[in-house]
Design a protein around this ligand. Sequence first.
Ligand SMILES: Nc1nc2c(ncn2[C@@H]2O[C@H](COP(=O)(O)OP(=O)(O)OP(=O)(O)O)[C@@H](O)[C@H]2O)c(=O)[nH]1
Ligand SMILES: [Mg+2]
Length: 379
Amino acid sequence: MRLALIGVGGAGGRVVDAIRAVEAPECRQLCDGNVLTVDISRTGSDEHDHVPRERQVTVGDTRRGVEDGAAGDQDLAVDVVRADAPEIRRALDSITMRDLNGVLVVAGLGGGTGGGAGAVLVERLQQLYDDPVYVLGVLPAADEGGHAALNAARSLRSVVPAADSTLLFDNDLWVGPDADTDERYARANRELAARTVALFARSDPGPRSIGANTIDSSDIVRTLSPGGVASVGRATTELDTGGGLLSLLRSLLPGSHGGDDSDERTDAGKIQRLVGRATNSRLTLPCEVSSVERALVVLSGPPDELSRRGFESARRWLEDETDTVEVLAGDDPRPGSSTVAATVLLSNVTAVPRIDSMQRQAVDHERTDETLRAVDEPD
Ligand SMILES: Nc1nc2c(ncn2[C@@H]2O[C@H](COP(=O)(O)OP(=O)(O)OP(=O)(O)O)[C@@H](O)[C@H]2O)c(=O)[nH]1
Ligand SMILES: [Mg+2]
């Protein structure tokens, strides 16, 4: 699947940069160079190594009071992007939508720019394009406080109905309570980038990967079509094929499947266990799997290791687990890879305890704010 990648705000830009860093060496094109980052008065430390300079758009740079971005003020961020709409429109013109299947807007929803300007941009993109506009949103960690929670809760209220689907990544789980270093964000961003690329990006199909089971963009669009909020799980297993180079050569040889290799082929049970681990492991957004509306499983690995029976049993297992018949499964052949990975997309999840607790934190914060204002401004 080919998606234009648009990062909004600090987190949005850094996650987009991390996605670009993963897709290039793996030769897995997600955006085909159709990338943009949009931020309000970025600081010099926010250089993105994998996004061409001319694709990094800064708005509001002639405006006073936004030297540090919107500093958590979503209304201000919305004002700034509306005022600089022509500049953003010019940047969007550099994207060749003709060759793409949709757009992925990436943003930290707890921020002023990501949460506020991101939502405006999603609405604008929906007016401009017929293709789906997806959001990859980062939720703030609980210890970032009530203001970030309130921002994220507000942002979700506008982003979720506007986007074709909103994939969420919960910093509370992935960054940890005492995350104060860039490295901890960088680690989370690498994980998020790996999952995003595994889910959406494909290498160009080679002659051996042409099969009825190969995941294509319509499978992903169909899975995400109910809208709402989505979560992604992933698990990998190293191949125990004895001798890296040998197995690499074997997997690259045409017609190497069957015969002597049958012992080494990942059997149906192994694939099912792998999909089970992906579903029950740390999801990007923890949720009750039984509340899922549709699901998709992508199995990545050397074609010979992906047993056909494995797909079917994994798909049936996930159907039981999610209590839905809407489970698609397919492969993503990676000749020469020494691992098999299962990536599970859970679409339109409704039982998400983290969103409930974030909304409570947001309401508490709003109440405290109102009380403080009432104390400051007695009648
Ligand atoms: N995973 C991840 N989360 C981040 C990163 N940077 C910030 N965040 C999260 O994203 C939220 C928003 O932070 P930023 O992206 O810096 O904010 P912004 O969108 O630029 O908005 P303002 O600076 O307030 O205008 C924070 O509350 C964090 O939860 C990052 O690199 N990775
Ligand atoms: Mg910022």
